[in-house]
Unconditional design. Structure first.
Length: 427
């Protein structure tokens, strides 16, 4: 359900005494653990054992089920590995026979002892003619040895069949995965509408953006305590942009079902914790390869160095790399909105009181999100776990930004920090 009559009307961040908004825990979040399922890529030859036949596993590898343990090669007596060219042989005699036929070597073989050599595991390499004769006498069939063109054709057929099976398994698994229920569709629509209503310029951001002047970010600088240079003009410019961006994140949260049911203090803790993460996500999904820029607040396209020199330092690199990697996911508005909801409903924020309630809320959003991803049927393999890893990246960006702010506060003039900026990012 959404925020109904029991909703808590929560003021802005004034009077907040909540804990730090950052989390320095860089581990994978609890919900992202049991995700990566193994995929089958091997192609088993006839007689190859299943993975469950551990009793057949020997030091040298698997042996086919039709072989007795330590069954000898009919040519040399070594341990046989399977049925090769109509005979049970070892790998050595199989390879010798194949090479002899493929390269037409048998006319050049000559026995020095009139064809009377003993062929066993020790002596098999001493006389090629006697070994080859014994292969034929045992029944190995030269007509079953493929020439190079047939071998290549067989490999292509095996590869094609493997890919066909993989695609069939993928399609079957996609069909079997649950899609959103009616209640989840309602939730997804509300979250998507909240995102669209609070995301500056919406889908028209490319038409409305302006590229930041090349002069900004390359002016007079001061050194911060962590060694990075800070361009004061660029820093002032970015802090002015960030105030309406923070307001939009707050507005987004207040439109979400369940969020306004939380106590005011918990609302503040969650907003302070996720604000930089959501703003970074909104900037990252507006990364453009051609110009190598991020568009902030739907209006200003900035280069990496400008953002770095404007106060973000190494955090700038992390946001740009996130933007480059997210482009491959081709996220739609609903997926971006649900990512933001998951970041907002993080039950591990320091100072949070309603931990269990927030955890259940996040689980509700996560389940709807997973079912929506199933509905979208993305072509990318392991799309869902890979996308959840981006939540971890965003959490790390938030933690790094919190550390960065501590250095900036002792470096930059206090008048450059807008009040709302300090309310959100101060401990």
């Amino acid at each position: 359900g959404g925020g109904g009559g029991g909703a808590t009307s929560c003021p802005s961040f004034a009077s907040s005494s909540s804990s730090s908004c950052s989390s320095t825990d860089e581990r994978l979040p609890p919900f992202a653990a049991p995700l990566l399922a193994g995929s089958s890529s091997g192609c088993e030859s006839p007689g190859s054992p299943s993975r469950g036949e551990s009793s057949k596993k020997l030091k040298g590898g698997y042996i086919p089920s039709y072989l007795e343990k330590d069954e000898p090669c009919v040519v040399c007596g070594d341990k046989a590995t399977g049925y090769h060219y109509r005979c049970i042989t070892c790998e050595g005699c199989k390879g010798f026979f194949r090479r002899t036929i493929q390269k037409k070597l048998h006319p050049s073989y000559a026995c020095k002892f009139g064809g009377r050599c003993a062929v066993d595991r020790v002596t098999r390499n001493q006389c090629q003619e006697c070994r080859f004769r014994k292969c034929l006498a045992a029944g190995m069939a030269a007509d079953l040895v493929l020439d190079e063109s047939k071998r290549q054709a067989k490999r292509r057929l095996i590869a094609d069949n493997r890919e066909r099976r993989r695609q069939e398994e993928l399609q079957r698994s996609l069909k079997e995965r649950p899609e959103p229920s009616d209640e989840e569709w309602d939730l997804i629509r509300v979250v998507t509408d909240a995102h669209r209503a609070t995301n500056a310029q919406g889908s028209t951001w490319k038409q409305h953006r302006k590229f930041m002047s090349e002069d900004i970010g390359h002016g007079s600088v001061i050194s911060s305590r962590d060694g990075d240079k800070v361009d004061l003009q660029a820093f002032g410019h970015f802090t002015r942009i960030i105030t309406p961006a923070i307001t939009r994140v707050v507005d987004f949260a207040k439109k979400l079902p369940m969020f306004t049911e939380l106590p005011c203090e918990d609302q503040i803790v969650l907003l302070k914790g996720c604000c930089m993460e959501i703003m970074s996500l909104r900037a990252a999904v507006r990364y453009e390869f051609e110009s190598d820029t991020l568009t902030l607040n739907g209006e200003v396209a900035v280069k990496r160095e400008q953002l770095k020199n404007g106060g973000l330092g190494v955090v700038s690199d992390a946001i740009f790399e996130l933007g480059r990697s997210l482009a491959a996911f081709e996220l739609d508005d609903s997926e971006v909105a649900l990512l933001q909801a998951i970041l907002l409903m993080s039950s591990d924020r320091p100072g949070l009181v309603s931990v269990d309630k927030v955890e259940k809320m996040q689980e509700t959003y996560l389940l709807a999100f997973e079912h929506y991803v199933n509905h979208r049927k993305h072509a990318m393999r392991f799309f869902w776990p890979k996308l959840l890893m981006k939540v971890t990246d965003l959490r790390l960006i938030g933690a790094c930004h919190s550390s960065r702010i501590l250095h900036m506060k002792v470096t930059c003039p206090s008048e450059l920090f807008p009040p709302l900026f300090l309310e959100v990012f101060e401990d």
